[in-house]
Design a protein around this ligand. Structure first.
Ligand code: S3P
Length: 440
């Protein structure tokens, strides 16, 4: 089923839910588990399109992984780590499907292997910029060729050495690719980040015994030359990027109140909460704890009138994946919401500024674009429309939440991609009483 039908939500959303495990952490857990020496145990691992691509990729690299599929939205993995030098050559190109995180982080790992590899992916992934990792990896000595700056990437064996690198965009994927390559580069690798890009790689590297530190905007990894990674034993917290969809739904559907338990609360990821708070959203944070080296909380959100906000600066990178759903909140907020400093949105799964503007226009919502952002005037009562996810999971889910506050029915085409990051999205929303269903 690839179409999602949403009807205007006449009743409040109510209930307590959890969301599947964090996507960024799930990718990294497979990678570091594969490179560790010994057996890693990962619980509440996210079985989504993107992360399954990573799992299949590391199986193709000779890593035995036992999967306990105890729920369709949470798997437990047992990974027999092969050590930093124990991966084996795959039979053919590795298919990263739609997963930019897999391709960029794996490029860093593959740069240090003793066999050649080709990393390829979907048509969508083949359009995304790869020079941002290929160039600094080449500076470390990697032999890596792109296809006009894009995938497929071809990587052949080479000796790596550490570098000092200044990222010009705050990208966790670039930072992580270099940190993973640095596991094969004896010495001190230093990376400057011009903003607080998510730090899951650093946290997990520390958990497996690697010396990584943050000093101001510089991340340093010290590799003594004979690194052996300890296995992981972790429970993945819920993905705040997935929680953002029910969270905004409850914030804009009158009289709603919901609780989402066990949501990752890493400060490099909580930009969405700060942006929603700026718009007057009402939520409370409780039961703070640490799971798998990452903070997690329960979030309760209740409907209230929202107002516009001026959004820019470091909060953008801390909530970079949440702009499609934040924009839905902005359409329901009184006044003019402005987003700045967000040019990175143009190189995500799709150009999330122009594609979102195009789809919202079908619902009679005007988003005025600029190169690095846009403005939206609210509150708007959107029209019923047939819209398209463009195979972008977060666009699909944002449009679904938008459908709850339209005047009539919303049909989302190509909606199956929501499972790239949030398996069970529709069922989770239905459990809160949301008026949405798959149709043939
Ligand atoms: C991610 C980093 C971000 C984010 C993506 C996941 C990661 O990308 O948008 O969804 O897991 O490292 P950039 O590093 O390109 O900003």
């Amino acid at each position: 089923m690839n179409q999602l039908l949403i009807r205007p939500q006449k009743t409040p959303l109510r209930g307590t839910i959890s969301v599947p495990g964090d996507k960024s952490i799930s990718h990294r857990a497979v990678m570091l588990g594969a490179l560790a020496t010994g057996v890693s145990h990962i619980r509440n691992w996210l079985p989504a399109g993107d992360t399954i691509a990573t799992l299949a990729g590391f199986q193709a690299l000779g890593v035995p992984i036992t999967i306990d599929k105890h729920s369709p939205t949470a798997w437990d993995l047992t990974i027999e780590g092969q050590g930093l030098h124990g991966l084996r050559a795959p039979d053919g190109p590795i298919d990263c499907r739609n997963a930019g995180t897999f391709m960029r982080l794996a490029a860093g790992i593959m740069a240090g292997q003793r066999f050649p590899v080709v990393l390829d992916g979907s048509e969508q992934l083949r359009k995304r910029p790869m020079r941002r990792i290929a160039e600094p990896l080449a500076e470390m000595g990697a032999q890596i060729t792109t296809t006009n700056g894009r995938a497929p990437l071809s990587i052949t064996p080479a000796a790596l050495h550490p570098i000092e690198f200044r990222m010009n965009v705050a990208s966790a994927q670039v930072k992580s690719a270099l940190l993973l390559a640095a596991l094969y580069a004896p010495g001190e690798t230093r990376i400057y980040q011009p903003g607080p890009a998510r730090d899951h790689t650093e946290r997990m590297l520390k958990a497996v015994g690697v010396d990584v530190s943050l000093d101001g905007d510089w991340v340093t990894l010290r590799n003594p030359g004979d690194l052996v990674l300890r296995p992981l034993d972790l429970t993945v917290p819920g993905d705040i990027s997935s929680a953002a969809f029910p969270l905004v739904a409850a914030a804009i559907v009158p009289h709603s109140e919901i609780t989402i338990t066990n949501v990752g609360y890493n400060d490099t990821r909580t930009g969405i909460l700060d942006m929603l708070a700026q718009m007057g959203a009402q939520f409370t944070v409780s039961n703070q704890r640490v799971t798998g080296g990452e903070p997690a909380v329960d979030l309760t959100v209740r409907f209230d009138e929202l107002h516009s906000a001026d959004i820019g600066g470091p909060v953008v990178v801390r909530g970079i994946d949440e702009f499609p759903i934040l924009t839905v909140a902005a359409t329901q907020a009184a006044g003019k919401t402005t987003v700045r400093d967000a040019a990175e949105l143009r190189v995500k799964e799709v150009d999330r500024i122009s594609v979102l503007a195009g789809e919202l226009a079908k619902m009679n919502v005007t988003m005025t674009e600029r190169q690095d952002g846009y403005t939206v005037h609210g509150p708007i009562h959107p029209y019923s429309a047939v819209v398209d996810s463009h195979d972008d999971h977060r666009l699909g889910m944002a449009l679904a939440v938008m459908g709850l506050v339209t005047r009539g029915e919303t049909l989302i085409q190509k909606a199956a991609c929501v499972a790239d990051s949030f398996p069970g999205f529709v069922e989770t929303m239905q459990s809160l009483g949301a008026n949405m269903a798959w149709v043939d």
